[in-house]
Design a protein around this ligand. Structure first.
Ligand code: ADP
Length: 872
C-alpha cells in the first residue's frame, strides 16, 4: 500500500507517515512505548528477515495496516540483522516525556545506522575497519574519499582508471558507497555490484558533490596544512565534501573526532594487488574465504583492537623504504630480545580498550558511563607503558615513549565522577560516585533514608492500630502501600484509604505515606535527571581531550603491532631480515609461515632461494603435482612481504632487496565461464602485470597455462616465460612453478633462467615427496603416480601409463619442443594477443602461405626451408 494513499489514519500513524516520507530508503523503527514498530512495506519486507510475525493494525478492517515490531531493549540484535542484510535503519524515538505530551508524543529520527556507519561495539569487528566511501568522477579522474567513522579515520585518493580504483576498494573492503545520481555512474555501479553484491550504494543529486561546497566544509573542519594538496583535485574534493555531508546527514551531528585528512597510500608502499592478496591468503583463505588460516590470523598477536587494525594495515601495505623498514625491524628486535619488557608491555597493552573508537563515541555523543570507565582504565595503563619503553633502546620505541601523553586529568575526571562498575545506560542512573556532587548526594540520602523511615512508620502504625502483621511495601504499579490481612480489616482506622484488594489482604495508603511517596519518587526522578546532567557535562569536558586520546591511540596501536611482531618472531623462531636496495633476494632455509604450522607433525622442510636481475632472474620450478611447488613460490613472496612490513621472517637468514610490487597469477580455468579463452585471459593478465611491473617487482606464477589442453597450456607457459624474461630488455624477477617439465629447456636460450625442481624419490614405481628444492629440472611429472596416491582406481592408473607411453613417443620433436605447440600459434594467428610473442613465426607462416610449390625445384625448396628455419 502506498503511504500517501492511506486516508483516515490515526494521529500516530499520520506522524509515522510524515516521518517515513523523509526517509524513504531506510527501514523506519518507530518507537511506541516499549516497542519499536514497523509498518506498511517496511513491515512486509523485513518481518521474514527478522523472523518476527507480521500482523496488522486494525486487523480485518478496511484501514488495516501491516505491522511488526520488537521490544526496544532487544533493538541492538534486530538492527544488526537488518544492517547485515543490507538495510539502512532510521531509529525514530519519542523525544518528549509521554506524560507531559499534549496530544501525540513528539517523535524524531535520532540516528540512521547504515552498514558503513556503525558505532556500537557489538556490531563492529574489533580488529577491522568499517569503511564508508564516496566516489566521484570529474574530468575523467576518479576521486575517492573514505572514512571509518568510529575511530575517525579519513582518507582521500585519486585514480585515473577503474582498475586501480577497484583494486583499492577491494583492499579497503568498503561496506557502503555514496555516488552521484545520473546515467554516467551507471556502468560503474554495475561493475561494483557484480564484484560486491553486498555493497550498499546510495545515490545523491549532483549538487551534493559541488566542489565549492566541499571546499567550504573542508576548510571549516580541517587544518590548512592537511588541505594544501587537495584543491587541484576537484574529484577528490567533491568526494570528500560529500562523504562528510552524508555522515552529518545520518548522524545528526558533525563528528568532531574526524579532524585529520590523509592521502591514501601517499607513502612508499610495496603494492600487493588484489589478486596477490587473495592468492597469498593474506587475510582469508582461498578455499573457503575464512579468516582463520590466513597469514593475518597467524601473525595477529595484537592485544588491542586499534593495534589489530594497524597490523592489518601494515600487512596490506608493507613498506618500500629501507630506512623505515629497518627502523621497524630494530624496534621489533628490541622488544623480542627483552623478554621481561615484552611480557610487561603485553600485560599493560591488554588493559587498554579501543581508545580510537572510545574517542569517536565521546565525539559523537554516544559514549556511556561504561565507555568512560574503559577510557579511564586505558589511560591508567599509559604511564606504565611509557616507563617500560624508556628502558628499551630502539629509537622508534623511545619516540613512542616520549609522545605518549599520560593525560592524568582525563583519568582523574572520570575516576572522580563515575562509579567502579557502572551500568551501560545513562537513563536509569546509578553511575555517579557519591561525593562527586552535593546536590545529588542529598537527593540520594532522601531515597536512602527511605528504608529507615518506612521501618519506623511501620512500627508506629502497628502500635497505633494494634495490628502486628501490618506491613508497608512498594510495587511499581500501585506505589507504596500499607498491607493488612483480611482478618484484621476491622481494626483499620478511617484515615486509611483503600488502594487494592488481594485474596487474603487489603492494601491502603494514608496521608503520611502519600506525602512520603511524593518526596521519594520525585527525589528518584531528580536523581536520574541530575546524574544525566552531570554525565553529559563530564562527557563534554572529556570531548576537549579527543585529539590527545586519538594520538595516544595511534601510538598504542603502533606499539601493540610492533610487540605482536616480536611475539610472533619469538614463538615461531623467525629471524631478522637484512633489507637493502640491491636487486638480490637471498633466503636461507625459508619456510612457509602458515603451512609450516599445519605441517608441524611431519615437519616442514626448509628451502633456500636466490633471485636477482642477472643469472637468477627467472626460476623455473618443476616437480610433480603435490611436490610443494606452490608452497615454495608463495613462501618466497610471503617472506618478502613480511620483511617489508617490518617483521621477522620464517627463515634462518634472509636478505631482501626491496621489492616495489608483488604480482601473482595462478593458472585457472574459472574465467572460461565468462567466455574468454584461457589463452586470452592469461595473456591479458600477463600484459596487465607487465604494464605495471618494474625491475624492482616480483612475480609469482603458478601453473600458468593449466586450464587448457596440454599443448595449449605448455605453449602458453612457454610464451609467458620468454616474454617475462625479456620484458623491455631487462625482465622481472619471477618464480614460475609448473608441472610442464619441458619448460626447463628455456635455460638453453635465456641467460637469466635457472631450473629448480622439488625432489622426489622413486621407490620402485612409487614416489616419496622429499620437499627439498634442488637445482636442475625434472624430466618426469609423476602425474600418474600422484593419481595412484590419490586413490584413482588401479585400472585407470594402468591405462593412463599406457597412454603416457604412447604420447611420449610422438609428442615432442628432436629439440624437445612440442610439435603441436607451434601449430597452435599458427592456428590462432588472427588473435591480436599473440602478436606479443610470435612475430617471427608469423612471418615464416605468411611466407609459407605465399609459396607456389609447383614452380619450385627440389633444391629451391630445400634452400627456402633452410632460410625459414634460420628465421626461427
Ligand atoms: P604443488 O604445488 O607442487 O602441487 P603444494 O605446494 O600444493 O604442491 O604442496 C602440497 C602439500 O605438500 C602442501 O599442502 C603441504 O602440506 C605439503 N608441503 C609443501 N611444501 C612442504 C615443505 N617444504 N615441507 C613439508 N610439507 C610441505
Amino acid at each position: 500500500m502506498a503511504l500517501s494513499s492511506t486516508t483516515n489514519l490515526t494521529p500516530a500513524m499520520k506522524q509515522y507517515v510524515e516521518i517515513k516520507e523523509k526517509y524513504p530508503d531506510c527501514i523506519l523503527l518507530y518507537r511506541m512505548g516499549d516497542f519499536y514498530e514497523l509498518f506498511f512495506e517496511d513491515a512486509v519486507k523485513v518481518a521474514p528477515v527478522l523472523e518476527i510475525t507480521l500482523t496488522s493494525r486494525n486487523k480485518g478492517k478496511k484501514d488495516s495496516v501491516p505491522l511488526c515490531g520488537f521490544p526496544h531493549h532487544a533493538a541492538a540484535a534486530y538492527i544488526t540483522r537488518l544492517i547485515e542484510n543490507g538495510y539502512k535503519v532510521a531509529v525514530c524515538d519519542q523525544v518528549e516525556d509521554p506524560r507531559k505530551a499534549k496530544g501525540i508524543v513528539k517523535r524524531e529520527v535520532v540516528r540512521i545506522i547504515t552498514p558503513g556507519l556503525i558505532l556500537d561495539e557489538e556490531n563492529l569487528r574489533a580488529g577491522e575497519n568499517n569503511y564508508l566511501a564516496c566516489l566521484h568522477e570529474k574530468n575523467n579522474l576518479l576521486g575517492l574519499a573514505f572514512l571509518d567513522v568510529s575511530p575517525g579515520e579519513f582518507q582521500i585518493a585519486e585514480y585515473d582508471g577503474q582498475e586501480e580504483l577497484l583494486a583499492a576498494m577491494a583492499a579497503l573492503e568498503c561496506k557502503e558507497l555514496v555516488m552521484a545520481e545520473g546515467p554516467s555512474g551507471n556502468a560503474m555501479i554495475k561493475r561494483l555490484t557484480v564484484q560486491w553484491p553486498a555493497l550498499l550504494i546510495n545515490r545523491r543529486p549532483e549538487n551534493y558533490f559541488s566542489p565549492e561546497q566541499a571546499r567550504a566544509v573542508l576548510e571549516q573542519k580541517f587544518p590548512a596544512a592537511d588541505l594544501a594538496g587537495i584543491y587541484e583535485h576537484p574529484a577528490v574534493m567533491a568526494a570528500a565534501g560529500a562523504v562528510l555531508r552524508y555522515v552529518e546527514e545520518t548522524q545528526k551531528i558533525y563528528p568532531a573526532h574526524i579532524n585529520e585528512i590523509r592521502w591514501h597510500a601517499a607513502d612508499n608502499y610495496l603494492v600487493v594487488d588484489e589478486t596477490a592478496r587473495r592468492n597469498l591468503e593474506l587475510f582469508a583463505t582461498i578455499q573457503d574465504n575464512s579468516r582463520a588460516g590466513s597469514l593475518f590470523a597467524m601473525i595477529n598477536e595484537t592485544l588491542t583492537p586499534m593495534g589489530a587494525r594497524m597490523l592489518r594495515w601494515w600487512l596490506g601495505y608493507p613498506l618500500a623504504d629501507t630506512k623505515k623498514i629497518t627502523a621497524r625491524l630494530a624496534a621489533v628486535a628490541d622488544i623480542k630480545e627483552n623478554h621481561l619488557s615484552r611480557s610487561n608491555l603485553r600485560k599493560f597493552l591488554s588493559r587498554i580498550y579501543d581508545l580510537e573508537r572510545l574517542a569517536g563515541r565521546v565525539a559523537l555523543g554516544v559514549a556511556n558511563p561504561r565507555d568512560l570507565n574503559a577510557l579511564k582504565l586505558s589511560l591508567i595503563a599509559v604511564p606504565d607503558l611509557k616507563s617500560l619503553l624508556m628502558e628499551l633502546s630502539a629509537p622508534s620505541l623511545l619516540a613512542i615513549a616520549r609522545a605518549l601523553d599520560e593525560m592524568p586529568e582525563v583519568a582523574g575526571l572520570i575516576a572522580a565522577a563515575i562509579a567502579e562498575d557502572p551500568p551501560p545506560g545513562i537513563l536509569e542512573g546509578g553511575f555517579i560516585r557519591s561525593g562527586y556532587d552535593e546536590e545529588l548526594d542529598s537527593l540520594k540520602s532522601i531515597s536512602h533514608d527511605a528504608k529507615k523511615w518506612i521501618a519506623s512508620l511501620e512500627a508506629g502504625e502497628r502500635e497505633k492500630t494494634g495490628i502486628n502483621s501490618l506491613k508497608i511495601g512498594f510495587n511499581s504499579v500501585f506505589g507504596y502501600y500499607i498491607e493488612v490481612t483480611k482478618a484484621n480489616a476491622a481494626l483499620v482506622p478511617d484515615s486509611y484509604v483503600r488502594k487494592q484488594t488481594l485474596v487474603n489482604a487489603e492494601r491502603y495508603i494514608n496521608q503520611e505515606l502519600k506525602e512520603f511517596e511524593q518526596t521519594v519518587l520525585s527525589a528518584e526522578e531528580k536523581i536520574r535527571a541530575r546524574e544525566q546532567e552531570l554525565f553529559l557535562a563530564l562527557r563534554a569536558e572529556i570531548g576537549r581531550y579527543i585529539s590527545g586520546i586519538q594520538k595516544n591511540s595511534r601510538l598504542v596501536a603502533e606499539l601493540d603491532s610492533l610487540t605482536a611482531l616480536a611475539e610472533v618472531a619469538e614463538k615461531n623462531n623467525y629471524s631478522c631480515p637484512a633489507i637493502n636496495d640491491d636487486d638480490t633476494i637471498m633466503i636461507k632455509d625459508g619456510r612457509h609461515p602458515v603451512v609450516e604450522l599445519a605441517a608441524k607433525k611431519e615437519g616442514f622442510v626448509p628451502n633456500d632461494t636466490l633471485l636477482n636481475m642477472a643469472a637468477d632472474k627467472l626460476l623455473i620450478i618443476t616437480g610433480p603435482n603435490m611436490a610443494g611447488k606452490s608452497t615454495y613460490i608463495r613462501q618466497v613472496a610471503l617472506i618478502v612481504l613480511m620483511a617489508q612490513m617490518g617483521g621477522f621472517v620464517p627463515a634462518a637468514q634472509a636478505q631482501i632487496g626491496i621489492v616495489d610490487r608483488i604480482f601473482t597469477r595462478i593458472g585457472a580455468s574459472d574465467n572460461l565461464a565468462r567466455g574468454q579463452s584461457t589463452f586470452m585471459v592469461e595473456m591479458i593478465e600477463m600484459a596487465d602485470i607487465l604494464r605495471k611491473a618494474t625491475p624492482r617487482s616480483l612475480i609469482i606464477l603458478d601453473e600458468v597455462g593449466r586450464g587448457t589442453s596440454t599443448f595449449d597450456g605448455l605453449s602458453i607457459a612457454w610464451a609467458v616465460a620468454e616474454y617475462i624474461h625479456d620484458f623491455q630488455g631487462r625482465g622481472v624477477r619471477t618464480l614460475f612453478a609448473t608441472h610442464y617439465h619441458q619448460l626447463t629447456d628455456l635455460i638453453a636460450t635465456n641467460s637469466g633462467v635457472k631450473n629448480y625442481n622439488i625432489a622426489v624419490k622413486e621407490w620402485g614405481e612409487r614416489i616419496i615427496f622429499l620437499r627439498k628444492i634442488m637445482e636442475g629440472g625434472t624430466s618426469r611429472s609423476y602425474g600418474i603416480e600422484v593419481a595412484r596416491i590419490a586413490g584413482v582406481p588401479q585400472d585407470v592408473v594402468k591405462r593412463a601409463k599406457e597412454i603416457l607411453r604412447n604420447l611420449e613417443k610422438g609428442e615432442f620433436d628432436e629439440i624437445g619442443m612440442p610439435r603441436i605447440a607451434r601449430g597452435l600459434n599458427a592456428r590462432k594467428n588472427n588473435n591480436p594477443q599473440l602478436n606479443l610473442f610470435v612475430e617471427e613465426e608469423d612471418e615464416v607462416i605468411s611466407e609459407l602461405r605465399n609459396i607456389d610449390i609447383t614452380s619450385m625445384t627440389p633444391l629451391d625448396a630445400l634452400n627456402l626451408l633452410s632460410e625459414l628455419k634460420k628465421k626461427l
